[in-house]
Ligand binder design. Structure first.
Ligand code: GLN
Length: 206
């Protein structure tokens, strides 16, 4: 399987790498445009979205990254990563890739002191909890955006086609169901792309 690329300019890219390797998925850290070749998927980690934006520009990654995101690869965007993908970002407003039809408020759950572990409801095993750190709050979402999980009524895990976006940090916990969900998306995509084995074709012909 081709490696999954993890944007590695700032934030908790190392934790995402460890979470993927624990599932047997090869990873590549992304820092320059040449790193974007031949990937099976993409992870935009948590951290500080404004700093990531600055570094994306400095590294010449903004334009090729936009094209890669639009190519339909499976994408996991967590926290600052979700902010980078949003259609509209407020408080303060900032530029974004605009691929996910949501309006998001940065630090929408309050300051660092409001961070913590919270229970989720929705399409995840009962009792699933998740770590929120100065998390973004999704204020609006378009009709094509599926809500997979909520925290006290707010959407916090969203999917639109190959994009899975979380307001929290699945990579900080061992075996978080959201990590497994993304791994399943990667494997499904890799399988649909791999050429049929000659043996399988012959069996079909017999
Ligand atoms: N609040 C941060 C931002 O604006 C995101 C926090 C996080 O990624 N844990 O980018």
């Amino acid at each position: 399987m081709k490696p999954v690329g993890i944007l590695a300019l700032q934030g908790d890219f190392a934790e995402h790498g460890a979470a993927m390797r624990a599932h047997g998925i090869p990873v590549r850290e992304l820092r320059v445009p040449a790193d974007l070749e031949g990937l099976s998927g993409l992870i935009l980690p948590g951290g500080e979205s404004s700093t990531m934006l600055k570094l994306l520009r400095i590294q010449g990654l903004q334009v090729p990254m936009q094209a890669l995101l639009e190519s339909g690869l499976p994408v996991l965007a967590t926290c600052a990563g979700l902010i980078l993908l949003a259609r509209e970002v407020i408080e303060p407003s900032q530029e974004s890739f605009g691929l996910l039809d949501i309006k998001v408020c940065r630090n929408g759950y309050g300051r660092q002191i409001c961070s913590g572990t919270f229970e989720l409801s929705g399409e995840l095993p009962a009792g699933t909890r998740a770590v929120f750190i100065r998390a973004p709050r999704v204020l609006e979402h378009g009709p094509e955006v599926e809500i997979l999980a909520r925290r006290d009524g707010d959407p916090v895990l969203l999917r639109r086609g190959p994009i899975l976006a979380a307001c929290f940090h699945p990579e900080l916990e061992e075996n978080h169901p959201v990590t497994a969900m993304f791994v399943a998306m990667l494997r499904a995509r890799a399988e649909s792309e791999s050429p049929q084995e000659p043996g399988a074709h012959q069996a079909e012909m017999a």
